[in-house]
Design a protein around this ligand. Structure first.
Ligand code: MSP
Length: 552
């Protein structure tokens, strides 16, 4: 019995991470998107009663930041990142992104951890000194192999790398190297025998092909301190600073309690902003999911597991790779003037429509196209389909409290006096009974678009049912059956959509007077809540979803 309880407890912990963002400019839609995927996952797990940590942060060292800080006239890069850090926090607050720790790579505990990771890799014989010659991209802060370098097709005389299309220059310097080549076959074995490690499948195939076709070369993991001033010193060699990705990737260990905590697997609280005690840090780590954009897949699926293997540390559970957002069919860029400002969108349309929009109109495998007209249409749908359904059922002609009390305990079957209508009732009951489980599966697999389409399908069916059933023409028993089913739809879907639209869902539940304690998934079954609806049909209550105008 005890063992069983331990096993159950061990399973119910998880950790989800965003990439840590470069604070070299204000945050954009892509940053918000990564954060929302994680926030929704975190809230979903929490709603299911699972313990989940959600960590995010800023990647504050490196040449990119050093140069941006100089360009912006700052003497000290720390002051520069402090300023931008505020913008990232503002964005998270504006969109209700509820992280459990926001890690900055300039945090002392992180710096200590990075040194520890380096020392472990070094002690185990995976770091050596050598000369590095090759094609280097300043903006990507990485060297590219010859096979990934081309002449700029626009004849500028410059060279570009084919992965990010950024400029590369030929360069030679003394560096510390990581024996990445040692891990080529180990990585292939690991990815083959742990099929969940890279998700979705198409990305797993891509990385496996890359490992099979282009054998890994050793990786330079330091830069001369005279060029890279803003970074962590290599232990024992202050003439070199650590490669920013070695530093940045380690955030995932720091944010969950640090290397010692994971190695010793001892309970601790000290490194977390939440005062939750981490019982067994290793369990959290082995249930860690990294959510990343497609451009940083190599760093997370090749470098990161290799660093961990070299240090003798376990690997996280999964790397989930998402696509990018474009705008009206084109890549967002300052010169095209089509960069979407998330805060501007929030100001006009509200944070929840924006949250829903981004999650409904994106799939991991395909780039999402941001169209403001679609965001506006979504706000209309919320008001006319969902808000209006609630308004109608809560009108003075009906009595939700009576309907709930009569039907919710299941003793009185939901019968309407018409075969066609009864078929609609049965269809709705079936869909509502299935959605908690199907949604759980989809949310755990990051298929939010599909989950939200299912939600709309039920809302649409319910509106059609309300229209066809004409409860205002019926006697009390039938009228109550119709109103009850329509409001069960809204109640159950509002509970399930809390992770997506926390504020709107709360308003919808408030409007039908669902108690705060009755908003967990235990109550997402028809008839599970026998107490709501009291006073909902009183005149003059507020409208849960207000219409917005088009932005000119
Ligand atoms: N600092 C590194 C990550 C280090 S993690 C150990 C970095 N930062 S970033 O700020 O450039 O990008 C952060 C994330 O934003 C990446 O996952 C990237 O894919 C994502 N996005 C950047 N532009 C995007 C879109 N247009 N759309 C969606 N996500 C995009 O890389």
């Amino acid at each position: 019995m005890l063992l069983r309880r331990c096993l159950i407890q061990r399973r119910l912990v998880s950790h989800v991470t965003t990439p840590i963002f470069y604070p070299n400019a204000k945050p954009h839609l892509g940053h918000l998107y990564s954060s929302l995927i994680c926030d929704v996952f975190h809230r979903w797990k929490t709603l299911q009663g699972e313990e989940n940590l959600f960590t995010t942060g800023t990647d504050e060292h490196g040449l990119k930041i050093q140069l941006a800080s100089e360009r912006n006239g700052f003497q000290n890069p720390k002051q520069f990142v402090d300023k931008l850090y505020d913008d990232f926090i503002t964005l998270d607050k504006a969109f209700n992104v509820n992280f459990t720790r926001f890690i900055r790579t300039t945090d002392t505990d992180h710096i200590n951890n990075v040194r520890k990771l380096w020392n472990l890799c070094d002690k185990n014989g995976f770091i050596y000194q050598g000369e590095h010659k090759g094609w280097y991209s300043i903006s990507d802060e990485t060297f590219y192999p010859e096979s990934k370098v081309i002449e700029d097709p626009v004849n500028t005389g410059k060279y570009l790398n084919t992965e990010t299309n950024n400029e590369v220059v030929y360069h030679s310097e003394k560096n510390h190297f990581f024996k990445l080549s040692h891990f080529n076959d180990q990585l292939i074995d690991y990815i083959e025998s742990n099929p969940q490690f890279i998700y979705p499948e198409v990305k797993r195939v891509q990385i496996l092909n890359e490992l099979r076709n282009n054998r890994l070369q050793d990786l330079s993991i330091s830069r001369p301190s005279f060029r890279l001033k803003w970074g962590i010193d290599v232990p024992g060699d202050p003439s070199q600073k650590m490669y920013v990705w070695f530093d940045a990737l380690c955030n995932y260990l720091t944010s969950i309690g640090g290397i010692d905590a994971i190695m010793n697997n001892e309970p601790h609280t000290k490194l977390l902003h939440t005062r939750k005690e981490i019982q067994s840090p290793r369990d959290w780590w082995s249930n860690t999911t990294h959510v990343i954009g497609k451009d940083i897949i190599r760093f997370h699926t090749i470098y990161w597991p290799s660093f961990l293997m070299a240090a003798g540390l376990p690997l996280p559970r999964q790397v989930v790779v998402h696509s990018h957002w474009i705008c009206n069919g084109m890549k967002m860029s300052k010169s095209l003037g089509n960069v979407v400002d998330p805060l501007l969108m929030k100001k006009h349309y509200g944070e929840d429509p924006m949250r829903w929009f981004l999650l409904e109109n994106s799939q991991l495998e395909e780039d999402g196209d941001f169209q403001e007209s679609k965001l506006f249409s979504l706000t209309e749908m919320f008001a006319s389909k969902w808000g209006n359904l609630v308004n109608r059922c809560c009108g003075p002609k009906f009595n939700l409290q009576r309907a709930v009390q009569f039907y919710s305990d299941g003793r009185n079957p939901l019968l309407v006096n018409d075969d066609n209508l009864q078929a609609e009732v049965n269809n709705l009951v079936k869909k509502l009974s299935n959605i908690p489980i199907s949604m759980d599966k989809k949310m755990n697999n990051f298929q939010t678009a599909s989950a939200l389409r299912d939600v709309w399908s039920i809302i649409n069916d319910t509106n059609a049912f309300m229209q066809n059933a004409e409860p205002w023409t019926k006697g009390p028993a039938e009228q109550d059956a119709i109103i009850f089913l329509c409001m069960e739809t809204s109640r159950i879907l509002s509970i399930l959509c809390q992770p997506i639209i926390p504020d709107l869902a709360a308003k919808l539940l408030d409007r039908i007077d669902v108690e705060k304690d009755n908003r967990t998934t235990d109550f997402s079954r028809i008839g599970a809540d026998t107490t709501y609806g009291v006073g909902s049909n009183v005149k003059g209550r507020t409208v849960p979803i207000k219409r917005v105008t088009k932005r000119t």
